[in-house]
Design a protein. Structure first.
Length: 240
């Protein structure tokens, strides 16, 4: 069964827009677990515009499922945060400073030495490592050489083409990338713009899919459908 990790960044954005602690992130994360989430994802950024570094410490103390911390390890504070909190998984993304949202995977050919070094640090601490990768076979092959445990396939292109009615050609590169990753001994995660419309097909066509991380679409759906019901609906898509 593919696991669902709920990204709660957008709830932090809502909280920060008014100050105070409403919604309470720890309560929301615990509720998400109770409603069926297999894990919680956070992506703290240097400007702390949504998830704050202090939130990570509070969440780590409270959660019963896996905590996945996403971020760019070029920020020293991020590395310190991960090591201090010992999440089940760290997902490395090549975001630029001030970037609105993640929009591409690593080039593990160009950044091989850097990635090998930082991945080794996290793995030595007993933390599972996943890195963002575009569905390009040479990038998947290069990712294996970095020592990462998993790759996270960046799915914005799939979502865009799926919405345009091109689902077969949209998913094909991801199927091939997943097969290649599995053959090289890596686990496969996926995320970005996956939603109730495109998730089930992606799950059906992409083999060995261990985990999806979904935040923006899930929180948007929850406004209309309710938080508990929405998490259950996403879980049902993964069960098809």
């Amino acid at each position: 069964m593919t696991k669902l990790s709920v990204n709660i960044n957008k709830l932090a954005t809502l909280r920060n827009s008014r100050g105070g602690n409403n919604p309470n992130l720890v309560k929301a994360a615990l509720d998400a677990e109770q409603f069926g989430a297999d894990g919680i994802t956070v992506h703290p950024r240097p400007d702390e515009r949504h998830i704050r570094y202090a939130d990570v410490f509070e969440l780590k103390k409270a959660l019963h499922t896996e905590l996945n911390i996403e971020g760019n390890p070029t920020e020293d504070k991020f590395v310190e945060l991960v090591l201090a909190n010992q999440p089940a998984q760290v997902t490395l993304v090549p975001d630029a400073l001030g970037q609105l949202t993640s929009n591409h995977g690593w080039n593990p050919i160009e950044h091989k030495d850097y990635l090998m070094g930082i991945i080794a640090i996290f793995k030595k601490a007993g933390i599972r490592v996943s890195i963002f990768v575009d569905p390009i076979l040479e990038m998947v092959e290069a990712a294996a050489a970095t020592g990462t445990d998993r790759i996270e396939l960046y799915t914005e292109q799939y979502a865009t083409r799926y919405a345009a009615g091109e689902r077969h050609s949209a998913v094909a590169p991801y199927t091939a990338a997943a097969l290649k990753a599995a053959s090289l001994g890596m686990g496969i995660n996926a995320g970005h713009d996956l939603d109730l419309q495109n998730l089930a097909y992606f799950k059906q066509e992409v083999p060995h899919l261990a985990e999806v991380s979904i935040g923006h679409a899930l929180i948007c759906d929850a406004i209309y459908l309710g938080f508990e019901n929405t998490i259950q609906l996403y879980k049902r898509q993964l069960a098809k």
